[in-house]
Design a protein around this ligand. Structure first.
Ligand code: GLN
Length: 537
């Protein structure tokens, strides 16, 4: 029988529930268990696809094209679990499904209510993940206990042990134990209150994971155990990690969280196999090189907007024993001050994806600088489109070349709306999304980096390279390094005369892992080391 672990959070948001859930999953996998992961988000948007990066950070795209919460990125980076549309649900989706059923008459005239109709729907989306090949399903509940929005989710997970047996379910609550400077001590009261709210709902947590900046001493742990009604050894400390998020699973393991879970759920398990993970930390702690990479985007001040890119750059560093320092620069700053002022001294440039006109000229200018100065460059999605615009304008002399996303009547629409997008007016879930195959050109920088000529990558865009300009741009020195298998869509462009200039229409950052850096990020960091030192890493 598949067992269920529910992860909730209390006191404040942004405690790292996603990271903790991913770490627990990784530890269980390291003990030989087969794990599935899922996140339930209490907001009403159907998915985060149309939400502002300021509100929600990056939209993480899965192979099947679903646009999901960025925590799913942690799940994929930390584990081998295969995520699908069934791995992320929002209140919006739950209600949409219930309302559709009501319209189809499936409730036979009954009054449709939060309990039982909404809660039944939630239980269904959790329990659908049960199967003979899955030992444990970990379901993370977004938001903070006490929020109005999360109540139906908490009520639904309260009910699941009634059906599945309490011995087959576990509740893990992540909480904050703040250090009060004035008092000079850690405070457990917020945790007591937060668990109090959970217990009012009918959920008794089995394990408390306490986020804290200082070590909990025995009396803190005893107090938490007593007032929150959990055994002392189930009060697990999770100290802030200044060095790397990849320390989190190891510190949870040092506190024996995996043993506790296995014992309570009565799961057979092998000894932990964590060599690969120790190797990641060894490499992070012992870099042989250091490079600085500029990330030029619209949301420079907002790290979460480019979450997977930051992670993938770290992975590139791990692969090359290199410490990667990333500095985000607002593309509008480059428009104002020029590329030289902002980019001098960097070892590589990365221009990420994006939407909307603001800052586009700054991105084009940054890419021109990287192209002319032989600065290693990786362009992603909009970053690729800007690379094509720069090349068209400044190398192929196509004055005012642009994307029709930003300049509808440009004389040279080198980037244009994809044919399949014409007439699409609905914004949610209608882009070219998810896993698509591509063929690489022999001898290209990309083919060398991947070490293969057939790849699949995840997409999220409406605009594309205008094939009408292919010949003209190729003649000017642009390399078409990757296309869709039927060659109708250009997926990668490079600049032949440049040491490492790769611009891709897809999002390689979504497939990078600390244990297996994405080849393009490993390649970019290696090129940055060469740029910095003149030698190969
Ligand atoms: N705005 C561009 C498009 O829709 C790029 C999208 C992206 O960078 N994800 O094609």
């Amino acid at each position: 029988m598949t067992k269920h672990i529910f992860v909730t959070g209390g006191v404040v948001s942004s405690l790292g529930k996603g990271l903790t859930s991913a770490s627990i999953a990784m530890l269980l996998e390291s003990r030989g268990l087969r794990v599935k992961m899922q996140k339930l988000d209490p907001y009403i948007n159907v998915d985060p696809g149309t939400m502002s990066p300021y509100q929600h950070g990056e939209v993480y795209v899965l192979d099947d094209g679903s646009e999901t919460d960025l925590d799913l990125g942690h799940y994929e980076r930390f584990t081998t679990t295969h995520l699908t549309r069934q791995s992320n649900y929002t209140t919006g989706q739950i209600y949409q499904s219930v309302i559709n059923k009501e319209r189809r008459g499936e409730f036979l005239g009954k009054t449709v209510q939060v309990i039982p109709h909404i809660t039944n729907e939630i239980k269904e989306v959790v329990l659908q993940l049960d199967d003979a090949d899955t030992d444990v399903v970990i379901t993370e509940i977004g938001g903070t206990v006490g929020d109005i929005e999360s109540l139906p989710f908490l009520e639904a997970i309260r009910q699941i042990p009634l059906e599945r047996g309490r011995e087959n379910c576990m509740f893990i609550h992540l909480t904050l134990v703040p250090f009060l400077k004035a008092a000079g001590e850690l405070k457990t009261k917020p945790t007591q209150h937060s668990v109090g709210i959970l217990r009012q709902i009918g959920i008794q947590p089995d394990i408390l994971v306490c986020r804290t900046e200082r070590s909990l001493d025995t009396s803190d742990r005893e107090k938490i155990a007593l007032f929150c009604n959990v055994p002392l050894n189930s009060v697990i400390e999770e100290r802030d990690k200044d060095f790397s998020i990849y320390e989190v699973p190891l510190s949870l393991q040092a506190n024996k969280i995996d043993d506790l879970i296995l014992k309570q759920l009565d799961l057979p398990a092998a000894g932990a196999e964590l060599d690969g993970w120790h190797d990641i930390l060894h490499r992070l702690r012992n870099p042989e090189h250091e490079v600085s990479i500029a990330l030029v985007g619209k949301y420079a001040e907002h790290r979460d907007a480019y979450k997977s890119i930051y992670e993938a750059l770290d992975h590139g560093g791990i692969a090359n024993y290199t410490q990667v320092r990333v500095q985000a620069i607002k593309s509008e700053e480059i428009e104002r001050d020029g590329a030289e002022k902002s980019l001098a001294g960097f070892d590589a440039l990365i221009v990420p994806g994006g939407f909307g006109e603001r800052g586009v000229e700054g991105k084009v200018e940054a890419i021109r600088y990287a192209r002319e100065r032989n600065l290693p460059f990786l362009g992603i999605c909009l970053g690729m489109q800007c690379a094509v615009i720069d090349f068209a304008r400044n190398v192929a002399s196509l004055t005012d070349a642009h994307s029709t996303e930003f300049f509808r009547d440009t004389p040279h629409p080198v980037i244009c709306l994809m044919e399949e997008q014409e007439g699409v007016t609905e914004k949610g879930g209608t882009m070219r999304l998810g896993r698509q195959p591509a063929k690489l050109t022999d001898g290209s920088t990309s083919a060398i980096a991947y070490g293969t000529s057939e790849i699949t990558e995840r997409h999220r865009h409406r605009y594309e390279f205008n094939s009408g300009y292919k010949q003209q741009l190729e003649q000017a020195g642009l390399v078409i390094a990757g296309t869709s298998p039927d060659q109708s869509l250009v997926e990668i462009v490079e600049v032949a005369s440049h040491p490492w200039f790769v611009a891709v229409q897809f999002h390689p950052e979504f497939k990078s892992k600390p244990t297996a850096a994405h080849p393009l990020f490993a390649g970019l960091v290696a090129a940055a080391v060469t740029h910095h030192t003149g030698a190969k890493p």
